[in-house]
Write a protein that binds this ligand. Structure first.
Ligand code: NAI
Ligand code: MG
Length: 333
């Protein structure tokens, strides 16, 4: 029996995670669920953004579905983002962010790419300091960290390839960040040499930002460092139909956490109008991860069919609310 920890978090996380759990439960895979708290609301009540019990639950099951949490800009003393804590605690080094064309809502057909983002290093190590009127953030890139994310990207390319020859594009800024991105690029190229059946090329991140807008269908798998991946993946989600539908996975050796790409959306929280598809498609990635790719495909097909039938929430141009969008998917499973 596979148990999944549900961490709804704040804002619309509370609305989309129950919807995704309902879809998972309907698959007949014998999945069970336990809910665990985290987030800014929990912090305000208890002084703790993510209690040890929640971490212990994730440790025990190795699987979680995470909504989103609110992180006030500028920071609040003692508060640290729960998703960053989960990524750090469980060394969830591999962030998978797929983007593909969906019926009706995608701006164009033919996009099918996977962005593989390093998830533990780079500027996100949190080593920021102030020295008088100068502020410094340290960018940490390691040989081992670069190698394992490159390997993850090439393994993903093998899985997606079928009988096609896919290409992994290494995205970096090694012309300026000669030491850090120089190492990342070198490690990626060394791993590429072990995968003769997968093509490999490279692109500077600024050039990629433009290419991703101009011809997204040119890319199969993109591998990049943490900050570049954060930015490029939000950008890439445009081709799916926006943040409300984009899913992601945070994968480590001991645990994996699946989440929609969007945040807590305080501007629409509590109204029951949040788009549940990002969370539902994240649940489909969870199915893939636990060795049930056919179930994942069923969920993706049901979402596509609901969209093709014209059901959509307001963010993607429709008038459905969270429950009607969810029921439209359930009805097509
Ligand atoms: P956001 O993703 O929450 O919202 C951006 C825009 O997209 C808003 O207009 C929102 O209404 C819309 N949107 C997002 N999800 C939607 C959904 N499911 N259905 C319909 N519309 C949706 O990003 P924002 O506004 O930058 O951040 C809000 C809060 O979320 C902040 O406190 C931020 O720190 C947090 N955040 C948390 C993340 C996480 O927990 N993984 C990720 C990103 C942001
Ligand atoms: Mg982001």
């Amino acid at each position: 029996m596979t148990e999944i920890v549900l961490i709804p978090g704040d804002g619309v996380g509370q609305e989309v995670i129950p919807a995704a759990a309902e879809v998972l439960a309907a698959l007949g895979l014998g999945l069970t669920f336990r809910e665990a708290p985290a987030g800014f609301g929990h912090f305000e009540k208890t002084g703790n953004a993510i209690p040890d019990e929640t971490l212990a639950d994730v440790e025990a099951t190795g699987l979680a579905l995470f909504g989103a949490t609110s992180s006030p800009s500028g920071g609040v003393v003692g508060y640290r983002s729960p998703i960053l804590a989960l990524r750090r605690t469980f060394d969830l080094y591999c962030n998978l962010r797929p983007t593909w064309s969906l019926p009706v809502i995608s701006p164009r057909p033919g996009v099918d790419l996977l962005l593989v983002r390093e998830n533990t290093e780079d500027l996100y190590v949190g080593r920021e300091r102030r020295e008088g009127d100068t502020t410094v953030a340290e960018r940490v890139i390691t040989a081992a960290g670069s190698e394992r994310i490159a390997r993850a990207a090439f393994e993903q390319a093998c899985e997606r390839a079928g009988d096609r020859r896919l290409v992994v594009t290494i995205v970096h800024k090694a012309n300026v960040l000669k030491v850090t991105d120089g190492l990342f690029r070198q490690q990626c190229k060394a791993v590429a040499a072990e995968y003769p059946d997968i093509g490999c090329n490279e692109m500077l991140v600024d050039a990629m930002a433009l290419r991703l807008m101009r011809d997204p269908e040119a890319f199969d798998v993109i591998v990049t460092t943490n900050l570049f991946g954060d930015i490029l993946s939000d950008q890439a989600s445009h081709w799916m139909g926006g943040l409300g539908v984009a899913p992601s996975a945070n994968i480590g050796v001991r645990a994996a956490v699946f989440e929609p790409v969007h945040g807590s959306a305080p501007d629409i929280a509590g109204q029951g109008i949040a788009n549940p598809l990002g969370a539902i498609l994240a649940a489909a990635m969870l199915c893939d991860h636990i060795g049930q790719p056919a179930a994942g495909d069923r969920v993706r097909a049901a979402c596509a069919a609901a969209l093709a039938a014209g059901v959509a929430t307001a963010d993607i141009g429709g008038s459905a609310n969270t429950p009607t969008m969810t029921r439209a998917v359930l009805a097509r499973l």
